[in-house]
Ligand binder design. Structure first.
Ligand code: ADP
Ligand code: MG
Length: 442
């Protein structure tokens, strides 16, 4: 008796046609002494079956073979190519539940909230031009750069932009990882042709993180053919990776050379100014107010990863809200202590302050540390003392020593004088604040 055929026909009225089609993947079923063994071609299929249809199969088989039936689903050894079975299973299940096209774009990743600086200007403009001229100028566009530098943001932004201009456009955004899981899924169901059709039918294909193609031979072959087909008819491809095409490991030469055949652009680590602009922008979004010195502290602490930068701001926001107090430099230092420690932000030194202040006022360092009473020099000296008091953890005594003064009353007087002047004289206040920021950012 064809055991599986019988089970299938008894389930058929309750299942939709696409599931029934998938169930053809089962190789055979054997019944022995109250136990039913179902053989499947591989672990991914086995997992899919177990998590979706075990109950259904059990019920139907119980009708055929009687109560207390035990059902076992078996599979061949797993394919060496695919290491993380759990992950693939999860992805396949997710992929099944949603329609394919573009349910996976983050609505927050758009051009208008992408902060442009020297580090990402070229990548940004390239995406913009491509979005405006699909398939016409840079094809493919290959963007590479380190973690958290905005590659995914730009890819999503490009897709959003194209959708807004051409609502009917066929767009697929995927990651190399998902691309692979999908391919397996289609292979499993004997419909690789369907997979190809899906991918060859697009106006814009965006594949994120192609470094994950490493060592995935079968997936690379498939991508190579899809790429060629799209390229031939002028459809746009955009790729991202953490390295330039030539450095992709475990990727076929012919694919690498295709990747590099259009425009290859790098997103670099943001400079301090760009980081500060990003922080300001995120603060607006978070409805969080932070003083400038806090923005600079965070920008200096977090070397490159913009995602970490966002994380710090969310933490500040949560604390400020809970404590009902505005964010201050001290508060930020306390809350972000762990990050500050890991990143070992160099401690502010009195020497640095003296050097910068002297340079700003155009006085030389010896004069700053000397006893001259010239107006320009005393002002510079007082400002340097004031900043040393507030920007370092040094005691009054230490500060007075660093300024070659015998006792610390000079420092106290200088700090007082600067405070008073700042209250009276707006321009002077701005100068002091400017200097503070400048010193923090060198
Ligand atoms: P990648 O894909 O390069 O690892 P993402 O695109 O995921 O990085 O970016 C990480 C986070 O930083 C995202 O939340 C993104 O919105 C944000 N981000 C990155 N670059 C910028 C930028 N220039 N302006 C605003 N936000 C940015
Ligand atoms: Mg990314």
């Amino acid at each position: 008796m064809d055991v599986w055929g019988n089970i299938l026909s008894s389930m058929s009225s309750r299942l939709d046609p696409s599931t029934l089609k998938l169930l053809k993947g089962v190789e055979k079923a054997e019944y022995r002494d109250g136990e039913l063994y179902i053989s499947t071609p591989d672990p991914v299929y086995k997992d899919w079956l177990e998590s979706n249809l075990l109950e259904e199969i059990k019920n139907s088989a119980t009708n055929l073979f009687g109560e207390n039936l035990k059902v076992y689903i078996l599979s061949e050894e797993k394919d060496a190519d695919f290491d993380d079975e759990e992950l693939i299973k999860e992805k396949i299940q997710k992929a099944e539940k949603k329609p394919y096209r573009l349910t996976n774009l983050n609505p927050k990743y758009i051009f208008s909230n992408f902060i442009v600086g020297n580090c990402n200007k070229i990548a940004y403009s390239a995406c913009m031009s491509v979005a405006e001229n699909l398939g016409k100028i840079y094809n493919p566009l290959f963007i590479y750069g380190g973690i958290g530098l905005g590659k995914t943001h730009l890819l999503h932004a490009t897709a959003h932009y194209v959708i807004s201009k051409q609502p009917g456009a066929n767009i697929i955004y995927t990651t190399a990882d998902t691309f692979m899981s999908e391919l397996i899924y289609y292979m499993q169901n004997g419909s690789v042709l369907e997979f190809r059709r899906r991918y060859r039918d697009v106006d814009l294909l965006l594949i994120d993180d192609v470094q994950f193609l490493e060592g995935k031979e079968r997936t690379q072959i498939e991508l190579y053919h899809i790429f060629n087909a799209l390229h031939l008819i002028g459809k746009q491809v955009i790729l991202s990776s953490d390295t330039p095409p030539r450095n992709l490991r475990g990727v076929q030469e012919r694919l690498k050379s295709r990747f590099a055949s259009g425009l290859v652009v790098e997103i670099k680590a943001p400079d301090l100014q760009t980081k500060v602009s990003i922080i300001n922008r995120k603060c607006l979004d978070l409805n969080l107010k932070i003083p400038k010195d806090v923005a600079i502290l965070i920008a200096k602490t977090i070397k490159t990863n913009i995602r970490e930068l966002e994380g710090s701001l969310s933490r500040l926001k949560a604390h400020a809200d809970i404590m009902g107090r505005p964010v201050t430099l001290d508060m930020a230092r306390e809350i972000l202590k762990d990050i500050l420690e890991i990143n070992e932000v160099e401690e502010m030194s009195i020497e640095k302050i003296q050097k910068e202040v002297a340079a700003y006022f155009g006085v030389n360092l010896n004069d700053l540390l000397g006893n001259s009473r010239k107006k320009k020099i005393t002002t510079a000296r007082q400002v340097a003392m004031y900043l040393s008091r507030y920007m370092t953890d040094r005691s009054l005594l230490e500060i007075s020593k660093a300024f070659k003064k015998k006792d610390h009353t000079t420092v106290i007087n200088a700090v007082d004088r600067v405070k008073k002047n700042m209250e009276k004289d707006r321009k002077f206040k701005l100068t002091v604040e400017f200097l503070k920021e400048k010193i923090m950012s060198v």
